[in-house]
Design a protein around this ligand. Structure first.
Ligand SMILES: *[C@@H]1O[C@H](CO)[C@@H](O)[C@H](O)[C@H]1NC(C)=O
Ligand SMILES: *[C@@H]1O[C@H](CO)[C@@H](O)[C@H](O)[C@H]1NC(C)=O
Ligand SMILES: *[C@@H]1O[C@H](CO)[C@@H](O)[C@H](O)[C@H]1NC(C)=O
Ligand SMILES: *[C@@H]1O[C@H](CO)[C@@H](O)[C@H](O)[C@H]1NC(C)=O
Ligand SMILES: *[C@@H]1O[C@H](CO)[C@@H](O)[C@H](O)[C@H]1NC(C)=O
Ligand SMILES: *[C@@H]1O[C@H](CO)[C@@H](O)[C@H](O)[C@H]1NC(C)=O
Ligand SMILES: *[C@@H]1O[C@H](CO)[C@@H](O)[C@H](O)[C@H]1NC(C)=O
Length: 469
């Protein structure tokens, strides 16, 4: 009789009572001590209990339920079960599979590239490495916030967090936590934080200059400025293509000073902004300060509302030449205070805007100009111009509007006629649908003026025929 059949028989005789139950952990830390218990709910005596590992490694045997403390070693991993024997009949318990877990120790973050300093658009990887540990899971923190999966910014597989195309938001501190995947008394090891720097590419620099007097002479204060980019930036100043100065700054702007003789062209200046991967040239500027000379005059422009009423006036002071002019406005002979603005006017360099034309600001305006860098220079003065409430030509606007409407009407009628004529002159309609469709077009567009249009068409046809002949 086979062993299996015998067991089946036993089960029938004893009911379920002969199937022993083995309890024990499915995971245990190396070097810990765990407990296996084997029992029968109702044991007929005499019964022999055996705790077995794997195929046939007998760990314990006893004439009664077994409680077995197991000191977990490297080789303890495997399947455990227990066997009971009563009156020559044997029954086997459920198996318990034990996994040996090595406690986690010494987590650290290894960036790639290292150090983790990259430009926007490049990728980076962070690996969470441990000195020891098995059955691990990983948690990630970016700027102290846990990164949850799936994350719109990062993706992670195994012990690695990956960013394919970094943007500024990816910058910051990262740390990882490695944890043993145990239900109870799981262990965690945290890495030290790693700071990821995401640098911006530099924009092309913009060069401009102002003038100052240091007591002995004039100097240009030359600004080389970037609208974006990540410092540090190396700025170089070129004068006539030759490098004359160099600055490494933690800003997006550098200033250079160069001696200048007013009225003389000192050459062309240009600057270069550089970092470890980029080198960008600015616009070139003539380092020439032309004093204010020649004449000045005021240009007036009236601004109208939709109903063509004059609403505002724009006054501009135009000068023949001058690199750094300063402007001053007069109204009816008295100077408008510099930098002064009011509800009715706005002053900005050579522009004076009269925002509401009213009797209070109608009158004579003039402007004067001198070099801003030299308070001793003489003013160049413009003529006076009269700003008045012109009744802006309503009639002219109306005429323009009427002319425009007539023109539009003629165009529409002409267009319709052309279309109609071209359809009518098509010899034989091969496509019936096409014919109907076009007829509808004409109808909808022109259905009142049909008879009139037709006569026009005839005229037009003759005209066109004449031209063609
Ligand atoms: C444990 O056993 C595995 C192979 O089964 C071996 O690679 C490892 O080095 C062992 N560890 C220790 C601490 O003995
Ligand atoms: C148990 O089995 C052994 C040998 O397999 C046999 O000698 C013995 O008589 C059996 N005892 C009972 C009670 O069946
Ligand atoms: C990140 O890791 C992946 C896979 O190992 C690799 O293909 C990629 O080149 C790495 N990226 C960087 C920036 O090192
Ligand atoms: C985990 O711990 C709780 C309470 O300490 C205990 O009831 C439970 O049986 C344990 N689970 C395992 C799988 O050890
Ligand atoms: C140049 O101009 C900047 C900005 O106004 C100023 O901060 C800087 O001190 C000036 N440099 C010199 C040399 O005057
Ligand atoms: C400015 O002068 C004009 C012309 O002399 C005069 O009509 C107007 O009232 C004056 N405006 C003011 C505010 O004094
Ligand atoms: C302006 O004139 C005064 C006196 O004549 C002189 O001391 C001063 O240096 C002059 N300033 C400039 C900017 O030329």
């Amino acid at each position: 009789m086979s062993h299996g059949l015998l067991l089946l028989l036993m089960s029938v005789i004893y009911g379920s009572t002969l199937r022993p139950e083995l309890t024990g952990p499915s995971m245990a830390f190396l070097k810990s001590t765990v407990k296996f218990e084997c029992k029968l709910s109702d044991s007929p005596s005499p019964v022999t209990f055996e705790l077995i590992k794997g195929n046939d490694e007998l760990l314990a045997t006893k004439n009664g339920p077994i409680t077995f403390p197991l000191k977990v070693r490297n080789g303890s991993e495997g399947e455990y079960f227990c066997r009971v024997t009563a009156r020559n009949h044997t029954s086997t318990s459920n198996p318990v599979h034990l996994q040996v877990v090595i406690p986690v120790l010494g987590a650290s973050l290894v960036p790639e590239p290292s150090p983790p300093v990259i430009y926007e658009g490049a990728g980076f990887n962070l690996s969470c490495k441990t000195k020891m540990g098995s059955h691990l899971k990983y948690s990630w923190y970016h700027n102290k916030q846990e990164v949850t999966s799936p994350s719109p910014l990062h993706h992670f597989v195994g012990n690695m967090l990956t960013v394919d195309r970094a943007v500024e938001r990816h910058a910051g501190t990262y740390l990882c936590e490695a944890q043993n995947k145990m239900e109870n008394n799981s262990r965690v090891s945290s890495s030290m934080p790693v700071t990821v720097v995401v640098k911006k590419y530099l924009s092309a620099p913009r060069l401009s200059f102002t003038l100052f007097h240091d007591g002995s002479g004039y100097y240009a204060n030359i600004s080389c400025r970037l609208s974006y980019g990540s410092p540090p930036v190396m700025f170089q100043l070129l004068l006539n293509g030759k490098r004359v100065d160099l600055q490494q700054v933690d800003l997006l702007e550098a200033w250079f000073s160069q001696p200048v003789t007013v009225g003389l062209d000192m050459g062309t200046v240009q600057c270069i902004a550089k970092n470890d991967i980029q080198q960008l040239f600015s616009n070139s500027v003539d380092l020439e300060v032309v004093p204010v000379m020649g004449t000045a005059h005021v240009q007036v422009e009236y601004l109208h509302k939709a109903d063509s009423v004059v609403a505002a006036a724009l006054l501009q002071c135009m000068i023949t030449m001058g690199t750094f002019p300063i402007y001053s406005w007069s109204f009816n002979g008295s100077t408008v205070p510099l930098e002064a603005n009011s509800p009715t006017f706005i002053q900005h360099n050579q522009v004076l805007v009269l925002t509401h034309l009213s009797p209070g600001n109608l009158g004579y305006y003039s402007c004067r100009v001198r070099d801003s860098f030299n308070s001793n220079s003489s003013w160049v003065e413009s003529e006076k111009v009269l700003v008045k409430m012109t009744d802006f030509d309503m009639t002219r606007i109306e005429v323009v509007a009427v002319v425009f409407c007539c023109f539009l009407f003629v165009m529409m009628v002409g267009g319709a006629c052309c279309l109609f004529w071209s359809i009518n002159s098509e010899p034989v309609m091969t496509d019936n649908r096409h014919h109907v469709h076009c007829h509808e077009c004409i109808n909808t567009e022109n259905h009142h003026s049909m008879p009139e249009t037709l006569s026009h068409i005839e005229e037009m046809e003759t005209v066109i025929m004449e031209v063609e002949v």
